[in-house]
Design a protein around this ligand. Structure first.
Ligand SMILES: *Cc1c(COP(=O)(O)O)cnc(C)c1O
Length: 473
């Protein structure tokens, strides 16, 4: 008998491996089927290695039940590790879409906790004990904050746009400027959303310039909506021109058309005092007379993922009654977080100090420099195995908002001595929490603007774990 056959015969049975001490703790956490299958996968893999690579590919020790149990345990522990886990965002991009956009205020977290753990007034009118509307919890707040007559909230802004368009313009035309046929990351494109909603797109103007008369000439029997879309994530510069919301409103009134504006990012407070370029607030757009305004909950508003629709009462009611509204309805945890976030805006000063995204915008440059200096010093003292440098940096808003806005900032640039920057970044991605920073100029740029002050210490520990201090000798 060849040695290989001998080894193949030595492969233990699944039951034998399952009795190993190594797997007893996991048996408490995983069903017996899942555990047995994991062991089977290890055994099958050894068998394949033996058949393809021969006896030299596998040692006798590898075939011991205890060795197979250990290999299985490593695999199973991965299964128990959360995949969606916490990240320290040291990228300098505040609304990083891949990292979950806006972090929530403590008040929003408490509201989620209160509502999630038990029962709530979600759809009960507490005045009469009868059935109520879930979005009623935020409607009057949204009306007060934006000056709108009525409001509705759904799952996200893409859903809000689709729902509003289809409820108000199905089988009819919406006129949109060619300069506003926006694509948002994740395959949200205005023309495709309109098609999905059964609304016919009537493009007018050119990429860089659209005039009021372009809209006027396109109006026909079929027209239902004049749609304006905020070019959130790009800017057309140079010889440009577009039609203001107020001009569209006047035209809409004249022809009895609905004027709708997709604002993308929903600003409830003017951010120009933060040194950011001016963006229209939702209130300004409502005041200009736009009938229906849609925006996101988790962009500049700093709340949870949600789609907010505010505007004329009759239109909001019509949208709320559409069958798609049920399919896109907001869940109670999101609603709790949204309500708590909106309440903070009742006092703009409070919003500024409690809504994390606003606090990050407002962070003082000198303060940022000081924090980065402390980080730099710590890493230096610990003798981290890297060349480090305190550098001037720029932070960004991200999340497809304010693409041209850059906030002056500081960062610590790290050039590791013994591993590549890509390897360092990969190590940091694997920790819990993971640390994500930017690779630039062959260094890892650690920017603290989107890092909570409470995380500074942990951030140092993660960097030191990834690049242990160098031995002075
Ligand atoms: C971000 C954005 C959307 C999509 O909003 P979500 O909340 O991400 O679904 C739609 N339109 C515009 C103009 C946007 O900026």
């Amino acid at each position: 008998m060849s040695e290989r056959q001998n080894l193949l015969r030595n492969l233990p049975a699944v039951d034998r491996v399952l009795r190993e001490e190594e797997l007893q703790e996991l048996a408490e956490l995983l069903s017996s089927d899942i555990l047995a299958e994991a062991v089977q996968i290890q055994i099958d893999s050894l068998r394949r290695q033996l058949i393809s690579g021969g006896a030299s590919a596998v040692s006798l020790a590898d075939l011991e039940p205890v060795a197979i149990a250990q290999a299985t345990a490593i695999h199973c522990r991965d299964l128990l590790k959360p995949s969606l886990r916490k990240v320290i965002n040291a990228t300098g991009t505040l609304l990083h879409t891949n990292l979950g956009r806006a972090p929530l205020a403590p008040q929003a977290l408490r509201a989620i906790n209160d509502v999630a753990a038990g029962y709530s007034t979600l759809e009960m009118d507490m005045n009469n004990g009868k059935r109520g509307e879930r979005f009623s919890h935020v409607e009057s707040l949204l009306c007060r904050l934006t000056g709108a007559e009525a409001a509705l909230v759904v799952n996200n802004n893409a859903g809000a746009v689709l729902l509003a368009l289809t409820a108000l313009g199905r089988d009819r035309e919406a006129i949109v400027s060619r300069g506003e046929l926006v694509e948002i990351g994740g395959a949200f494109r205005i023309p495709e959303v309109m098609e999905a909603g059964g609304v016919l797109l009537r493009e007018v103007g050119s990429t860089n310039r659209t005039h009021l008369h372009d809209y006027t000439q396109a109006i026909c029997e079929q027209t239902a909506i004049l749609l304006k879309v905020h070019t959130s994530n790009y800017r057309i510069v140079g010889f440009t021109g577009d039609v203001s919301s107020a001009e569209l409103v006047a035209l809409g009134r004249e022809h009895q058309l609905i004027v709708m504006e997709d604002l993308g990012s929903g600003l409830l407070t003017d951010l120009s005092s933060y040194g950011l370029c001016p963006e229209p607030t939702v209130g300004e757009v409502v005041r200009s007379g736009v009938d229906v305004v849609t925006f996101s909950g988790d962009k500049l508003l700093g709340g949870p993922q949600a789609g907010l629709i505010v505007g004329r009462k009759d239109l909001i009611r019509k949208i709320a009654k559409h069958p798609l509204a049920r399919a896109l309805r907001i869940d109670k945890l999101t609603l709790a977080a949204l309500e708590a976030t909106l309440r903070l805006y009742l006092q703009p000063r409070r919003a500024r100090s409690e809504v994390p995204i606003l606090t990050m915008f407002a962070a003082d440059l000198q303060q940022q420099k000081k924090r980065c200096g402390v980080l730099y010093q710590r890493l230096l003292e610990e003798g981290i195995a890297a060349e480090i440098e305190l550098v001037e940096d720029l932070s960004r808003v991200g999340g497809g908002a304010m693409p041209l806005t850059e906030l002056a900032d500081w960062a610590v640039a790290i050039r590791p001595h013994h591993v590549s920057v890509a390897d360092l970044a990969a190590r940091l991605r694997n920790y819990t929490p993971a640390l994500i920073a930017r690779i630039h100029d062959d260094a890892l740029w650690v920017n603290l603007r989107a890092v909570f002050a409470l995380e500074d210490c942990l951030l140092v520990q993660l960097l030191l774990a990834a690049l242990p201090g160098e031995d002075p000798c």
